[in-house]
Design a binder for this molecule. Structure first.
Ligand code: MTE
Ligand code: HPA
Ligand code: MOS
Length: 810
């Protein structure tokens, strides 16, 4: 079966065919508002509401904490501090350096110090706001380190530096015909899930607890709550029906909310809900790591890299959280699609007095690959070549030049055919010529075009995390219930898993339901992360379904005759060469014959291994590929720009559901574009995050989608035996957005054609950053008229928006 975007939309009454573009299993609930999120759960009688009192300083000693005024505030039932925690005061996932509530010192502005529990959400928030009063918390300020560069310069890290070296990069750079050295920086990114963090804890009999949590990692929530209460894990259950988005922000950082709701519920023996409002969520939780880079490359006259050195300083924030794995993934994605023969890569997890940065779609991969793409552009401009040609000259080869810096061979390389297909479908070369013509006659508006490829490693880069379990129940009426360890955050995991199970039994999707994720059903699950949700849980659910199917097939062979191995499950019917019967009838017969109609399934990804000391191994089961061509128009007077056209071609192996995969490709691209263009996190000099709401933090809107948006799935099959030969799709397409950023840089370069150096555009490329880059390139204040004096100036100077409304139809 071929994945095809042209397949007619199937109704979900139809068979749950693998490769059919079926709608998301909750699509109707999403749009009707019936889908139940954690905050929608009907509140039990006696439910109380919690809110958090936050630190006002980035780094300070708590001199005194006087909570009388908070306790006496209207509606307050209790106020809890670190002293109320019976077990471990930690919610850090790897290193135990993350206090649930600050004790003695605060390490970032926004850190929770106490929890208020009140009759209503509003009253809890009002009382918690008293944390701003000097009468409540007194501090002695300590020196705060706020930026990655500052922490790097004083060698202050949350974890030891990672250092990977192959060959003799320094020697090769020195001996190369051409050299380029530079610095670069990229901002962080707030996950901005539509549903904020939330937890609802319900005490149960005999000292046990049920925690509903909006989390990508129910097993981790169970663990941290149990450790905090000093209970065995079997006393804590965590459940998550769905999230309104996670994007990595709920992989570890749902913990502080789960813990504090559970602590309050335990102390008061009442159900307690904790839902921070958007501003508090921004102030408390970590984001994508921003980064500063230094790089150096030596290359030949075709732009082929002979040696490279790259240092990535990631802002980890005050604690380790997942920064070790993020830095490792950054290190393993510096190569992106390119063979770097002799190379040195350093990744630093810089300790700063800011929120503890965490997972965000791509998990350090985007931060690793971006600097190399910037370097590719720099090399091309140094040589006066099209960046496309330099990229292709550096591509991984097949059977040669195919070993990554960390020692894994690239065995599934499809970069060349994928690139060729996209260059043709996007009409790259003709548009490159048209752009040059346009720019030659347009003094103010400049167009830019960029092609960028993606190669993204799939698997958790911590090998033991690559495991999953599932339970499949077939009821007497033939309906099927599936539970697996993954979580649904909008990405369509439950739809894909249901399709896999339905397909095993030859049933329509309507006959299969997936339940909420629940730690009492599948134990010791991994986070739904690293894009592995359907790879892992799809395989586990398939294994469970196959066990039941095999038992049914045996029964059929016994009753109808023939071989169990030849029994077919199709169209709600089970058949052998000698006869057939409806699935439902067989299931009931199996029940009466005392055949087990439910089963577990387990999957562990083969082949993956990693040596954390040498930073060598085979961390990824396979790679996902893609490429994008983006075209922008930039107004060089205002720095504003518009993405006018984007062509994406992305590899998802053999798609289980092309409708869902296309949604992931488009969403990932647009989300990445937000990171590199408009989403700017800005801390003041005291370490106070000033952009903590949509009023000041600009995520892309519908109107930022390009008028011409061509998104295609590349026809391919995984070379590894993944579930139906599909590939993970959640994160890799985010990197396709590099093409937008580099198209803006291309337009800037076109504005100053004789510039001695490549443009130095920082990310995000806000209009301010664009103007700064123009000024830097022009060696002073950029003046479009003077710079373009030689051009014919008959084209008008109307701004980007008007221009685009005219040209967007092309
Ligand atoms: N898509 C939606 N709609 N919402 C999300 O929160 N998270 C992304 C991606 N796509 C996300 C999403 C991230 S960070 C990951 S790791 C994957 O989905 C996780 O799901 P998967 O492994 O099932 O693809
Ligand atoms: N992605 C997401 N989470 C992780 C990873 C990863 O690669 N490794 C460990 N936790
Ligand atoms: Mo995704 S960043 O691995 O949750």
């Amino acid at each position: 079966m071929n994945p095809s975007t042209e397949t007619a939309p199937a109704s979900h009454e139809q068979e749950a065919a693998i490769g059919a573009p079926l709608p998301h299993e909750s699509a109707e609930l999403h749009v009707s508002g019936e889908a139940c999120y954690t905050d929608d759960l009907p509140e039990l009688a006696g439910t109380l509401h919690a809110a958090l009192g936050l630190s006002r300083h980035a780094h300070a000693r708590i001199v005194s904490l006087d909570l009388r005024a908070v306790r006496e505030a209207p509606g307050v039932v209790a106020v809890l501090t670190a002293a109320d925690i019976p077990g471990e005061n930690n919610c850090g996932p790897v290193v135990h350096d993350d206090p649930i509530l600050a004790i003695d010192t605060v390490q970032y502005l926004g850190q929770p110090i106490f929890a208020v529990v009140a009759r209503t959400h509003e009253l809890a928030r009002r009382a918690a706001a008293l944390a701003k009063s000097d009468d409540v918390v007194r501090y002695a300020e300590l020196e705060a380190v706020l930026t990655a560069a500052a922490a790097r310069d004083r060698k202050s890290y949350v974890l030891p530096p990672l250092h990977l070296e192959r060959g003799a990069p320094a020697r090769n750079i020195a001996a190369a015909p051409y050299r380029l050295a530079g610095e670069f920086e990229v901002g962080g990114q707030e996950q901005f899930y539509l549903e904020s963090q939330v937890a609802y804890a319900v005490p149960k009999e005999g000292g046990s607890m049920l925690v509903y949590s909006s989390t990508q990692h129910p097993s981790e929530m169970q663990q941290v709550v149990a450790h905090m209460l000093d209970w065995p894990a079997n006393h804590v259950t965590c459940e998550c029906r769905r999230m309104g988005g996670g994007f990595g922000g709920k992989e570890s950082q749902s913990a502080v909310f789960a813990c504090l709701a559970a602590l309050a519920a335990h102390k008061l023996q009442r159900p307690v809900k904790l839902r921070p409002d958007r501003d508090d969520d921004f102030m408390i939780t970590g984001k994508r790591h921003d980064a500063v880079y230094r790089y150096e490359a030596g290359f030949d006259d075709e732009g082929r890299i002979l040696g490279a050195r790259i240092e990535i300083a990631l802002r980890a924030g005050y604690s380790a959280d997942l920064s070790g794995a993020v830095a490792t993934r950054a290190l393993c994605h510096v190569d992106n699609a390119y063979f770097l023969p002799d190379v040195e890569i350093i990744a630093l997890s810089c300790k700063t007095n800011t929120q503890s940065n965490t997972a965000f779609r791509g998990f350090g991969g985007p931060q690793g690959a971006l600097v190399t793409e910037v370097m590719m552009d720099g090399i091309a401009r140094t040589l006066g070549r099209d960046p496309l040609d330099v990229r292709m000259a550096n591509y991984y080869g097949i059977g040669e030049r195919d070993v990554t810096p960390y020692g894994q061979r690239v065995e599934d390389n499809i970069l060349a055919p994928l690139t060729a297909q996209l260059l043709a479908s996007s009409d790259y070369h003709a548009r490159r010529r048209a752009l040059a013509q346009f720019n030659a006659t347009s003094p103010v508006l400049k167009r830019g075009l960029a092609f960028t490829p993606v190669k993204f490693g799939i698997s958790f880069n911590v090998p033991f995390l690559n495991q999953a379990g599932a339970l499949v129940h077939v009821y007497r009426d033939g309906s099927v219930l599936v539970n697996h360890g993954g979580t649904e955050m909008g990405q369509g995991l439950n739809t894909k898993v249901a399709q896999v199970v339905a397909n095993e039994f030859g049933l329509p999707l309507t006959q299969v339901r997936v339940t909420a994720t629940d730690t009492s059903k599948v134990a010791n699950t991994s986070a739904t992360a690293a894009s592995t949700g359907s790879d892992l849980n799809g395989k586990a659910a398939q294994a469970a379904a196959r066990k039941i199917r095999d038992r049914l097939a045996e029964l059929v062979a016994r009753t109808l005759g023939g071989n169990a191995g030849d029994v077919r499950f199709e169209h709600c019917t089970v058949s052998t060469v000698d006869g057939a019967m409806p699935f439902t009838q067989l299931v009931n017969a199996a029940y009466l014959a005392r055949v087990q109609l439910w089963s577990d399934g387990f999957y562990a990804t083969p082949k993956v291994h990693w040596n954390a000391q040498t930073l060598r191994g085979h961390p990824f089961y396979y790679f996902a590929y893609g490429a994008a061509v983006s075209e922008v128009v930039v107004d060089t007077l205002t720095g504003e720009y518009k993405l006018v056209r984007a062509d994406l071609l992305h590899d998802v192996g053999q798609s289980i559901n092309p409708a869902i995969d296309l949604g992931q490709i488009e969403g990932g691209f647009i989300q990445g574009m937000g990171w590199l263009t408009t989403e700017e996190l800005w801390w003041d000099r005291d370490g106070r995050l000033m952009t903590h709401a949509p009023s000041t933090y600009k995520i892309p809107a519908v109107s930022d989608t390009p008028a011409c948006f061509n998104v295609q799935i590349y026809r391919n099959e995984n070379v590894e035996p993944t579930v139906y030969l599909s590939k993970a799709v959640g994160e890799p397409p985010l990197l396709l957005s590099f093409s937008v950023f580099l198209a803006i840089a291309d337009a800037i370069a076109a504005a100053v054609p004789d510039a001695p150096a490549p443009p130095a555009l920082r990310a995000p490329a806000t209009p301010e950053a664009v103007l700064d880059a123009l000024d830097a390139l022009a060696g002073g204040a950029y003046d479009p008229i003077a710079t373009n004096a030689a051009l014919s100036t008959d084209s008008t100077t109307n701004g980007v928006r008007e221009h685009v409304s005219v040209s967007g139809t092309d």
